[in-house]
Design a protein around this ligand. Structure first.
Ligand code: SAM
Length: 281
C-alpha cells in the first residue's frame, strides 16, 4: 500500500485512499498505446516546447549521462540528445508504440520498455533523471520518484514536471470545463498525483528525496481554428481522448458544441502551466 495520498483540498467525504483508488481505476482504461503521430498532435505540441525549459531547469548539459522516464514519443528525449548526444541518453516507457517511435526517431538512444516503478538500471548511473508529464500517470508516484533517485548518482539531479490541472491552468482546462458543464459527475484530471500546488514537493519528500525547488514552466500553443483545437481530442490519447471515445455520437456532438461556445471559432491561444520540482542530491 503506497504511503502517499492524492487528496485534493476541499474534496469532502473522500479519503486519500479512496481518492487514489478512484484515480487509479479511472486511469486503468487510459491508453498510451497510440501512434506517435496522434500523441504529437494532441500533447506533443505542448511537450516539445516544454522540454526545452524543463531541460534548462534541470541543467542538462554535455558530458552528463541522462534518463528520460516516461519518454512517450520522445519530446524530451530529443532535447536531451541535442544537449548530450544520443549515446548519453536512456529512455524508458511502458508503451510499445512510443518505445518503437523513439528508437526510430533517435538512433543510438538506449530505449527500454519499462515502468518507472522498476527501472532496469543499477544505482547511481545517471547525472540526471527527468520525468516530463509522467508523475500523474505513474501507478505508484512515490515508488517511481524513489526509483529515479536510486539510479541517480550522488550530486545528480532528479526533476519532474506535471500540468497544473487542479489550478485550472493546464492545456486541457477548457475541455474539462465543457465536459463538466454537461456531465457534472465526470472526473477531470484535477485529482491526479502532483497536479495541485505543493503536491509534487510532497511526493518528493515522501520518496525520501528531500525538499525540492519548485518552479513553474509555461508552454504556449496557438491553434489556427476551433477545428484544429478539437480534432486532437478525437484521437483517443490520454484521459481526455478516452473520455471522448467513450461518448455516443450525440453526446460527442454536444460536447464539441459546448467547447465551441467556450472558445469560439479561433484562433485559439492556450498558455499551459506546469509545476516542476527539482532536487539536486
Ligand atoms: C503525457 S505522456 C508524456 C510523454 C513525454 N514525457 C512527453 O513529455 O511528451 C505520459 C507518458 O507516461 C508513460 N507512463 C505511464 N505510466 C508510466 C509508468 N508507470 N512508468 C513510466 N512511464 C509511464 C506513458 O506511457 C506516456 O508515454
Amino acid at each position: 500500500m503506497p504511503t502517499h495520498d492524492f487528496e485534493r483540498a476541499g474534496t469532502p467525504g473522500r479519503t486519500p485512499a479512496s481518492q487514489a483508488a478512484a484515480a487509479a481505476g479511472r486511469l486503468a482504461g487510459v491508453s498510451f498505446d497510440v501512434s506517435a503521430d496522434a500523441y504529437g498532435r494532441f500533447m506533443g505540441q505542448y511537450s516539445e516546447p516544454l522540454a526545452v525549459q524543463f531541460a534548462d531547469l534541470a541543467g542538462v548539459r554535455s558530458g552528463q549521462r541522462v534518463l528520460d522516464v516516461g519518454c512517450g514519443p520522445g519530446a524530451l528525449t530529443a532535447e536531451l540528445v541535442r544537449r548530450t548526444g544520443a549515446g548519453a541518453v536512456s529512455a524508458v516507457d511502458p508503451s510499445a508504440s512510443f518505445a518503437a517511435a523513439v528508437r526510430e526517431r533517435l538512433p543510438g538512444v538506449d530505449v527500454r520498455r519499462s515502468s518507472v516503478e522498476q527501472l532496469p538500471f543499477p544505482e547511481g548511473v545517471f547525472s540526471a533523471a527527468l520525468a516530463q508529464l509522467v508523475v500523474h500517470f505513474m501507478a505508484d508516484p512515490v515508488l517511481g520518484l524513489r526509483e529515479m533517485g536510486r539510479v541517480t548518482r550522488p550530486g545528480g539531479v532528479v526533476s519532474a514536471c506535471v500540468w497544473d490541472h487542479a489550478g485550472g491552468r493546464g492545456p486541457l482546462t477548457a475541455f474539462w470545463r465543457a465536459v463538466q458543464d454537461l456531465d457534472a459527475a465526470a472526473d477531470d484530471e484535477s485529482d491526479l498525483a502532483g497536479v495541485r500546488e505543493g503536491h509534487l514537493a510532497q511526493l518528493f519528500a515522501q520518496a525520501g528525496l528531500g525538499e525540492p525547488e519548485v518552479a513553474t514552466l509555461t508552454a504556449r500553443v496557438r491553434y489556427a481554428s476551433f477545428e484544429h483545437w478539437w480534432e486532437p481530442f478525437t484521437l483517443g490519447v490520454g484521459p481526455a481522448g478516452s473520455y471522448v471515445a467513450s461518448l455516443t455520437a450525440d453526446r460527442r456532438a454536444a460536447l464539441r458544441e459546448r467547447c465551441w461556445q467556450l472558445l469560439g471559432a479561433g484562433p485559439i491561444d492556450i498558455s499551459a502551466i506546469a509545476w516542476a520540482a527539482t532536487i539536486r542530491a
